[in-house]
Design a binder for this molecule. Sequence first.
Ligand code: IPE
Ligand code: IPE
Ligand code: MG
Length: 258
Amino acid sequence: MSAASTPAPSLSNGSALPGHVAIIMDGNGRWARQRKLPRIEGHRRGVETVRAIIDATRELGIRYLTLYAFSVENWNRPQEEVGALMGLLEYFLKRETKTLVKNRVRLLTIGRTHELPAVVRTQLEAAIQATAKFTDHTLVLALNYGARTEVVDAARAYAAALAAGREKLNDGSWATFRRYLYTADIPDPDLVIRTSGETRVSNFLLLQGAYAEFVFSPVLWPDFTKADLAAACAEFARRERRYGLTSEQLKPIPAASK
Ligand code: IPE
Ligand code: IPE
Ligand code: MG
């Protein structure tokens, strides 16, 4: 696979690399249980995978990586686990910011990050600020994220803009509404990967993933490697993205999309 730093836009089929890969990192708890370890050990190992996959994404030439790290529903886990996850997030940010800067990776977040513990918010803000000027690679952390919550937040912001006269109801379109999503400045994911063998979306990027390709890997997140990521990308390259058209319409010249 070529490691071109600027991949061709992956608008249709072919060998194009996905410009944006989004991952539902799942299976930490089962990884730990298989080893008779506490769940938090699985999360610790999961953080090591996060570091490795950020590097792998960059090496493969994928420009955007979104990682689903904590859902709005995950607050309902045992308090001890939630506390440990927040601690790991703080530790990750503290340790990783230098590496992100060194590798020129910009950090963004999606989700209700204002509801995260203050210590985590402080680390997040520092990391976001330190990496804000980078443009080649972007890491998006989905934190306290839920697609339904995102739609509610976007609808509220859109309604406020309408009431203030900044938007006109008759102009309403997807192109307009999407600017109120957390992902306003982020392209839609091309490829969504879920690890651990579960085949559900669990409230992740429901609108942005409308035309994403999905790959479900049986590998538990702590065991997920660069080779598994490359295999998912190879699977992506074999898919034909039709966007509602017929296969014949896409060949030989893809129809111009509006
Ligand atoms: C993913 O692993 C990490 C988070 C959701 C924070 P899980 O903790 O969900 O692992 P399983 O699904 O119990 O194996
Ligand atoms: C989805 O995994 C959330 C994250 C990966 C952060 P979960 O383990 O929470 O999802 P369900 O509960 O199996 O649907
Ligand atoms: Mg899970």
